[in-house]
Design a protein around this ligand. Sequence first.
Ligand code: ZN
Ligand code: ZN
Length: 190
Amino acid sequence: MDISYESTEPVPDRAVLKGSCYCRHLTYLIAVENVDSIKTSMCHCTACKKVYGGAFGLTAKVPVHGFRYEVGSGACVVHVGANDAGVPVYREFCGKCGSRICEYHEGIKEHFRYVSIGSLEEPSMLPPKGEFFCSQREAWMPEVHGIPQNSGKEKRRGKVCAGGGEVGDERREQLGRGDGKKRKSVRMSR
Ligand SMILES: [Zn+2]
Ligand SMILES: [Zn+2]
């Protein structure tokens, strides 16, 4: 069941999370059947640092039909760029205060939104379930214990993070190609 763009009523049997930009020009809802099923990630890549203006990015991956701006919300501004692989990346933000709401690349445009967890009214509901591009983690920052740590070796192959450029939800990637090391297959999911 998709939530309607005309309805402001929460959809029964679905958890509804609310969020907004800093100035509340943009307000949005996330409706999911199970909050615990939402994939969340902390990313230390250089693109996320720039986009967030901070030491890392923190996003929740939600189905596109479960995300919508509220009726009465202002319109977002969309910045379209390209990641290192040349894939278009869309970032939606508030044109008044600059807060970033979500991002998605061309490959997942019709399916998912990576929503900035800090824009939720209750961001503590969605702690990170994995860290990415840990090789670019700031030296002063400790890792989050108890969640998977992904090294960021994919950066050597010109990849950027999932919101910015992972092609496909999950992927297998050959590491070591061209750098003389043994080939190794890793599975990344974000
Ligand atoms: Zn705003
Ligand atoms: Zn990133």
